[in-house]
Design a protein around this ligand. Structure first.
Ligand SMILES: NC(=O)c1ccc[n+]([C@@H]2O[C@H](COP(=O)([O-])OP(=O)(O)OC[C@H]3O[C@@H](n4cnc5c(N)ncnc54)[C@H](OP(=O)(O)O)[C@@H]3O)[C@@H](O)[C@H]2O)c1
Length: 267
């Protein structure tokens, strides 16, 4: 029989991972307003508003609620969660807080991104201390359904939330900006959009498959007195790199602040 996974809080990210998991696993998804996830039901996912029923139906429970709601639901269902694997996708919610509320479950903290919807996510994860070896395989199988995965030390989670968890929003802004630039120089809309996203996709593939540093690959495009250097001059003049550093530092700090406020609220 297929392994069953219950997803608590099938909103934006929960629905994305439900669709990815549905290909390999039996999936149960919850949401208070279950009318909003009728589309999941139509592809064979069982939907319910009863979290306890969902927890009782699987040994693996994936939480995709807002951080504070994740902590509160885990606290409320602590008894039902005993002996189960909890995969928390909540930003800024430390393993130690989850363990405090559910000491007898096995906890994995993961940070994925919205590209999981098309199997192109990047998911980083940390296991609680002493996570049973024999339970790791199924966790990796689950997280791999979202795309690429990498185990990391939990201390990097705030920074990774800012780089790859929120990252699609930055890259989509770049795609949109490139598309508008294409319109400005006279391209038809569809062509401007396709030229922009295919370029992002291809550049990422180039870095990933060559293993070369982006600065080396960039040199292959920037020829002396050529076209690209004029564009690079404008981008550098706009402070694009420092803008990214400030943005990601600010998002990292926000993640840390959310952790502090969760701990304060749950005292
Ligand atoms: N969005 C992203 O790109 C992204 C990326 C990485 C990580 N995350 C993390 O994923 C988590 C969810 O984010 P999101 O953007 O998917 O938020 P979201 O769209 O608001 O999803 C949360 C869902 O939880 C449901 N919910 C609230 N309380 C519930 C309860 N007691 N029982 C069952 N369902 C409940 C809500 O629907 P109802 O009101 O109908 O119940 C809502 O649809 C957050 O912790 C975030 O940090 C998000």
């Amino acid at each position: 029989m297929e392994k069953s996974i219950s997803i608590i809080g099938a909103g934006t990210i929960g629905s994305a991972v439900a669709i990815a998991l549905n290909k390999k696993f039996q999936v149960i998804a919850t949401r208070r307003n279950k009318e909003k996830i009728k589309d999941l039901e139509s592809i064979g996912i069982k939907i319910t508003s009863n979290n306890i029923e969902a927890v009782n139906s699987s040994d693996i429970i994936l939480f995709s609620l807002k951080p504070i709601d994740t902590a509160e639901e885990i606290k409320r269902m602590s008894k039902e969660l005993e002996g189960k694997i909890i995969i928390s996708l909540a930003a800024a919610l430390p393993i130690q807080v989850i363990k405090k509320f559910s000491p007898k479950s096995f906890v994995v903290r993961a940070m994925t991104n919205i590209a999981a919807r098309v199997g192109g996510g990047f998911t980083v994860y940390s296991f609680q201390k002493d996570f049973p070896q024999d339970k790791k395989k199924i966790v990796l199988e689950i997280l791999s359904s979202f795309g690429e995965i990498e185990e990391v030390e939990e201390k990097y989670m705030d920074a990774l939330t800012a780089v790859s968890g929120s990252g699609p929003a930055y890259i989509l802004t770049i795609i949109e900006a490139m598309m508008y630039a294409g319109l400005k120089v006279g391209l038809p809309r569809d062509l401007a959009l396709k030229a922009s996203y295919e370029t992002v996709l291809g550049s990422a593939k180039l870095v990933s498959e060559s293993g070369d540093h982006p600065s080396i690959l960039k040199e292959l495009v920037i020829t002396p007195s050529g076209v690209t250097i004029d564009a690079i001059y404008e981008l550098e003049d706009s402070g694009i790199r420092t803008a990214f550093m400030r943005a990601i530092e600010s998002a990292t700090n926000k993640s840390k602040l959310i952790t502090e406020s969760i701990i304060e609220k749950l005292k």
